[in-house]
Design a protein around this ligand. Structure first.
Ligand code: PLP
Length: 230
C-alpha cells in the first residue's frame, strides 16, 4: 500500500517534470515519515527508498538510531538552537534555517563533529503571519553572512506554501521563490551553491515541480493521514 502510494507520487513527480521540460532525475522525492512508525519506513526502505523527512529532532534521532539500513534524513521542521547538537552530523540536509543565530550554532556543532552541514534557508514567501521563515528581502543578506561559516553550506531555499484548496493558488509563491534562488545564484557567492529548491507537499507538489522544485516533501499521499492524538 505505502509502496504503491510512493510509486504513484513518484510517477506524478516525473510527469510534472517532463511536462515542464525538466529532467525527472533533477527532482528528489522526500518521504515525510513524521508520526509514522518505523515499520512504515522499513517497508519503503525495502522498496529502495532512500530519502526520509522528519520535522522533530527527537523523532528523527530515534528513527536514525533504529532503522535497519542507513538512509538519508532531512530535517524539515523548525529547529531549536539547543537541539542542533543531536542531529548536525546525522542529517543530509536541514531545510529550515531562518536566522544567523541558528546558523552560527550549526557552525559550532559541525566544527566539533568535524563535518560540514548542508542547509536550506526557509522563506515565508507567502508572508503568512503564522509561519516561520525569512521575508524575501532578508534572504540575500543572510546568505552572505552564512557563506563565511566554513562548516555550513547553503544549498538553496525552502518554503512551506499556504494550505489551499486549489494548488494553482500556490504557483505564484513557488515561482517567486525560484526567481529569488536564481537571483542569489547569479551572485556566485563563495561557499554557496543555490541549486536546491525544496517546495511542494501532498496538495501541491506537481505545481511545485512545474515551477522548479528540486526537492518535494510528501507525507500524507504516501503514508496516509497522520493521527496526532496518539
Ligand atoms: C508535514 C510536512 C510535510 C508533508 O506534508 P503532507 O501534506 O503530509 O505531504 C512537508 N513539509 C513540512 C515542513 C512538513 O512539516
Amino acid at each position: 500500500m505505502i509502496c504503491d502510494n510512493y510509486d504513484n507520487v513518484l510517477e506524478r513527480v516525473k510527469a510534472a517534470a517532463v511536462k515542464s521540460g525538466r529532467n525527472p532525475e533533477d527532482v528528489t522525492l522526500v518521504a515525510v515519515s513524521k508520526t509514522k512508525p518505523l515499520s512504515d519506513i522499513e517497508e519503503l526502505i525495502k522498496h529502495g527508498v532512500n530519502e526520509f523527512g522528519e520535522n522533530k529532532v527527537q523523532e528523527l534521532d530515534d528513527k536514525y538510531e533504529n532503522v535497519s539500513t542507513p538512509v538519508n534524513w532531512h530535517l524539515i521542521g523548525h529547529l531549536q538552537t539547543n537541539k542542533v547538537k543531536y542531529i548536525v552530523d546525522k542529517v543530509k540536509l536541514i531545510h529550515s534555517v531562518d536566522s544567523l543565530k541558528l546558523a552560527k550554532i550549526i557552525e559550532k556543532e559541525a566544527e566539533k563533529k568535524d563535518c560540514i552541514c548542508s542547509i536550506l534557508l526557509e522563506v515565508n514567501v507567502a508572508q503568512e503571519e503564522s509561519k516561520f521563515g525569512l521575508a524575501c528581502e532578508e534572504v540575500l543578506p543572510l546568505v552572505e553572512e552564512i557563506s563565511k561559516l566554513p562548516h555550513v553550506r547553503v544549498k538553496g531555499l525552502m518554503t512551506i506554501a499556504p494550505f489551499v484548496e486549489n494548488p494553482e493558488d500556490n504557483r505564484v509563491h513557488f515561482h517567486k521563490l525560484h526567481e529569488l534562488l536564481l537571483d542569489i545564484k547569479s551572485k556566485n557567492i563563495d561557499n554557496v551553491d543555490m541549486n536546491d529548491l525544496s517546495m511542494g507537499m501532498t496538495n501541491d507538489y506537481e505545481v511545485a515541480v512545474e515551477e522548479g522544485a528540486t526537492i518535494v516533501r510528501v507525507g500524507t499521499a504516501i503514508f496516509g493521514e497522520r493521527d496526532y492524538s496518539i
